[in-house]
Design a protein around this ligand. Structure first.
Ligand code: FAD
Ligand code: SF4
Ligand code: SF4
Length: 478
């Protein structure tokens, strides 16, 4: 398969390579990763599908603008180290993004191959190739520590160690500034560690990326809830010259229906945190248990709902119902996640909505009352509005419910720093290009600004903020 011998026509004829996966019936009994990754041969074959387009529209679809044809060509030629280096110029978390980016909505959506074959499913699988390269690097052991400029004497505090905070930490540290990350939890990574389950994103990958940052000289301080232990103003008093707020959108939303306070009703955040961060799946070897359930209802249709439903199956539930008020087309979850959930036996109850949670005499959830829905006219989001069908109420028996209808921003920092402006949803208002807030020296990015969004969008904002912080510290101009 010589590069020079393959014409674009021949490249277009190569079918997308299939990544091997754990069998659905086997994987619901473990928490190991579902897709097993490309072999070298599969990766090379997939790389040979790329047309090396001069205009490379795929790059514009990536929020951090990775040189996609560049790294794919290096894979094709067998130069893995070069491929890693190209990706890492703009993305410090390729093993993460290669796994969880909504690629079909971003880089792959613009791929010429997919467009010519009239299906995004046939686009070059950029994310899977990115994952292959990042995993290759991990298998080699030590990663290269990027060059750090001489010390500037300036100090930057980063609040929150999610993808936004980690990205800022890397880019600001490279400039020679002293960087401290303050994290409220006892582990780093934000949603990557406490939200997205092990079977989608192994935690050793996140820990490894943080180790790389520590090798660059970034200090991470755990169990530091900023707004309680120090306010933002106190960080400045401690000698920090700039502060980046990347505290995410970790405040769960509830349905505000009767019975939400019953025992056995969880927010998806609590359920996933117990399962992932506190490793409830290995209780009693670990300390934090989770209710053993037989019949679980999950409310919602996004990635968080899919993760909760698939986690419940792995924790031994016999029936997991995913109750979603719209139809499959409107589901915000990634197609791949919906497909995996279905394969594993999650039972989809579409166009149905919970209206009441019913408890037993001891205050434990025992039933959900639902109503059937039909789709009406489009609402503000452009999706057709679900409308209840009168008289269609029914109940299902459950012993656990998980509410996964969304998250909003954590109010702690805005509450303790009133001169930081927020919008009506409680998100911090920041300039689109520089991520400067209304308070001098304070920048913000990721979900705390965007509302619940994606890993790569949080990282994209992190890059912009870091560049603005570096400029601010160099010039002193706000
Ligand atoms: P976060 O990742 O939320 O990190 C914020 C960090 O700040 C946390 O570690 C938190 O503990 C810390 N913090 C908060 N307050 C304080 C404080 N006062 N002091 C100190 N530290 C504080 N996106 C995708 O692209 N693909 C997916 O497949 C996907 N799946 C998801 C699944 C789940 C279950 C969830 C919840 C989200 C998912 N997302 C996914 C969204 C994505 O994870 C987020 O958009 C992204 O993590 C946002 O990054 P962030 O750095 O802004 O915030
Ligand atoms: Fe695509 Fe995400 Fe990788 Fe960018 S970071 S190339 S959007 S998978
Ligand atoms: Fe390759 Fe598709 Fe990008 Fe063209 S658009 S360079 S084919 S990945």
């Amino acid at each position: 398969m010589e590069d020079s011998k393959l014409t674009p026509k021949e490249r277009m004829k190569i079918t997308p390579q299939v990544m091997p996966e754990q069998d659905p019936q086997e994987r619901i009994h473990n928490v190991n990763e579902v897709p097993k990754g490309f072999s070298y041969e599969l990766a090379k074959m997939e790389a040979s599908r790329c047309l090396q387009c001069k205009t490379a529209p795929c790059v514009g679809g990536c929020p951090v603008e990775i040189d996609i044809p560049g790294f794919i060509q290096e894979i094709y030629e067998g130069n893995m180290r070069e491929a890693v280096n190209i990706i890492k110029k703009t993305n410090i978390l390729p093993a993460v993004c290669g796994r969880v980016c909504p690629q079909e909505e971003q880089c792959q959506k613009s791929c010429v191959v997919g467009k010519s074959l009239k299906s995004v499913d046939k686009a070059v699988q950029i994310g899977k190739l990115e994952r292959f390269v990042a995993d290759w690097e991990m298998e080699q052991g030590e990663s290269d520590v990027p060059e750090i400029k001489p010390p500037t004497g300036k100090k930057v505090a980063i609040v929150g160690s999610g993808p936004a905070g980690l990205t800022v930490a890397a880019d600001v540290r490279r400039e020679g500034h002293e960087v401290t990350v303050f994290e409220a939890l006892h582990k780093p990574g934000g949603v990557l560690i406490y939200g997205i389950p092990e079977f989608r994103l192994p935690k050793k990958i996140v820990m490894r990326e943080v180790e790389n940052l520590e090798n660059m000289g970034v200090e991470v301080k755990y169990n530091m809830v900023i707004g309680k232990i120090f306010t933002i103003d106190e960080l400045f008093e401690e000698g920090y010259d700039a502060v980046f707020v990347g505290t995410g959108a970790g405040l769960p939303m509830f349905m505000r229906i009767e019975g939400e306070n019953l025992n056995g009703v969880y927010s998806a955040n609590e359920y996933l945190t117990r399962a992932n961060l506190m490793q409830a799946y290995s209780f009693p070897e670990t300390d934090t248990p989770i209710a053993r359930s037989r019949n679980v209802a999950v409310f919602g249709g996004g990635n968080v709902a899919m993760d909760s439903a698939r986690t419940a199956l792995r924790l031994g539930a016999e029936n997991v119902y995913l109750v979603y008020r719209r139809s499959r087309v409107e589901m915000p979850a990634r197609v791949e996640e919906v497909h995996h959930a279905e394969e594993e036996g999650v039972q989809f109850m579409l166009l149905q909505n919970p209206i009441r949670l019913i408890g037993d005499e001891d205050g434990w959830i025992k039933q959900v009352e639902c109503i059937k829905m039909e789709l009406g006219e489009p609402d503000d989001s452009g999706r057709r509005r679900p409308v209840p069908v009168e008289g269609s109420e029914f109940t299902i028996d459950v012993d656990t419910c998980i509410v996964a209808i969304g998250n909003s921003s954590n109010p702690l920092i805005p509450d303790t720093t009133p001169d930081i402006e927020t919008n009506r949803w409680g998100n911090i208002v920041a300039d689109e290009r520089t991520l400067k807030t209304s308070k001098k020296g304070v920048f913000a990015g990721g979900d705390i600004v965007l509302g619940a969004a994606t890993v790569i969008l949080a990282m994209g904002q992190g890059r912009l903020a870091a560049s603005a912080i570096n400029e601010y510290l160099a010039t002193g101009e706000w």
